[in-house]
Ligand binder design. Structure first.
Ligand code: FES
Length: 84
């Protein structure tokens, strides 16, 4: 485990990770570029009704989420891409 933090409502994964001392690389911070892509191992990170340009259905099936816009609902385990 690289870090652990208490989830706060409406705070995206990248910011929560930073609080835990884990750097998820970001670029656009708007869901467009995919730089912040993580893998959801456990838990729930809701997706927007329309997928942002940084995600597609295949990526979602592989449990990809975007750290800059994905706000976890409750406890989640994630892996950064590529794994550190
Ligand atoms: S930083 Fe570009 S999609 Fe998250």
């Amino acid at each position: 485990m690289l870090g652990q933090v208490t989830v706060k409502p409406d705070i995206p994964l990248a910011k929560l990770a930073k609080l835990a001392g884990v750097d998820i690389p970001t670029n656009c911070t708007s869901g467009t570029c995919g730089t912040c892509m993580i893998t959801l191992i456990k838990g729930h990170v809701p997706l927007p009704e329309t997928l942002p340009p940084g995600l597609d259905e295949d990526m979602v099936e592989e449990q990809a989420r975007l750290g800059c816009i994905g706000c976890p609902m409750g406890d989640v385990d994630i892996d950064v891409r590529p794994p550190l």
